[in-house]
Design a protein around this ligand. Structure first.
Ligand SMILES: [Zn+2]
Ligand SMILES: [Zn+2]
Length: 319
């Protein structure tokens, strides 16, 4: 009973977890209930139905939050591949936190550890080492990976506003759920012709959109280390995939990324669609982000697996 109670506290305050990163093991089923509940919430679609407005809100929130995850949780907080102001940093940390993938510091710490140990025994989510299920979703359900690897993220620990997002990582998702319920109630009252309701907006805008975002994001840890083409001889098994790049706004060029993680762009050639990079270039044009790091020409042509690739044309728009 006592341990159940402390687990409930940990749903709200992640600091209530006394375990150290990388020490305890095994899936923490009680603590994982909200994550499983998000999936079960999608099934309620049979009761609430659908409407154009609910599906549009789900798609819009998928796109906005995917950008926050790839552009900021990954390319900014994990790799520092560009710079921005403290205000913009916090705005996208908040949007990223609404993705229900915990706080930016936790996310960056584990991702940096993935790069330090890629496809080795210590890699938190290598499909080669631990199988598909563990790489896709099992790893972050284990006690071992709930705490932050603080030694990897000293640079971010000094921002109290970010530490707050990590400690109380349920707050922003809870606000998003309340916003969805309120939006549904307002639309039902003000625009009954749209055919939506609070329950429908919660299921589509919060549950379905978040679960789609989950599995697109997680596919980079699982599929992009097992399925697709390799251009560069990296010491790991990372792959490039056009389809994964499409649904994850550019993250599918994962072999490129492991070859040169410092660059802002992950599509190294003009035909490698990288929506996150285009959005970041737009923010740069408005002066909201700056110092985007390019891929040096010699790095783009080095360590190629197929010598034919040596004849690759230069990139169309050099930074
Ligand atoms: Zn990887
Ligand atoms: Zn990375």
């Amino acid at each position: 009973m006592r341990s159940s109670l402390s687990t409930l506290t940990r749903w709200i305050d992640s600091k209530a977890d006394p375990s150290k990163a990388g020490v305890a093991s095994g899936i923490d089923w009680l603590r994982t209930i909200p994550y499983i509940g998000m999936h079960l919430g999608c099934l309620a679609v049979v009761f609430v139905g659908w409407s154009y407005v609910a599906v549009s809100v789900a798609l819009g929130l998928y796109a906005l939050r995917m950008f926050a995850i790839t552009g900021f949780y990954h390319r900014y907080f994990s790799h520092r591949s560009f710079r921005t102001s403290r205000v913009v940093q916090y705005i996208f940390a908040l949007i990223g936190a609404s993705s229900v993938q915990r706080g930016p510091i936790w996310w960056a710490a584990h991702h940096r550890y993935h790069h330090a140990t890629t496809d080795g025994v210590d890699d938190p989510h290598s499909p080669l080492q631990h199988g598909f299920f563990h790489a896709h979703t099992g790893w972050f359900m284990t006690r071992e990976h709930f705490p932050i690897r603080e030694e990897r993220v000293r640079d971010w620990m000094k921002f109290p506003e970010l530490r707050f997002l990590d400690r109380f990582d349920i707050v922003v998702p809870a606000i998003l759920a309340i916003l969805m319920l309120s939006l549904g109630a307002i639309l039902r009252e003000m625009a009954p012709g749209l055919g939506t309701s609070p329950g429908q907006m919660l299921v589509w805008g919060f549950c379905i959109s978040t679960v789609a975002l989950y599995h697109a994001t997680f596919s980079i840890n699982s599929l992009a280390h097992a399925w697709g083409k390799r251009r560069y001889k990296t010491p790991d098994d990372s792959r490039n995939s056009f389809w994964l790049a499409l649904i994850t706004f550019g993250e599918g060029w994962h072999n490129n990324h492991h070859h040169y993680p410092a660059s802002t762009r992950q599509g190294f050639f003009w035909w490698e669609i990288d929506l996150t990079y285009y959005f970041l270039k737009t923010l740069e044009a408005f002066g909201l982000v700056w110092d985007l790091k390019p891929v040096p020409k010699e790095r783009r042509q080095s360590n190629l697996i197929n010598p034919v690739d040596q004849a690759l044309p230069p990139v169309a728009h050099e930074e």
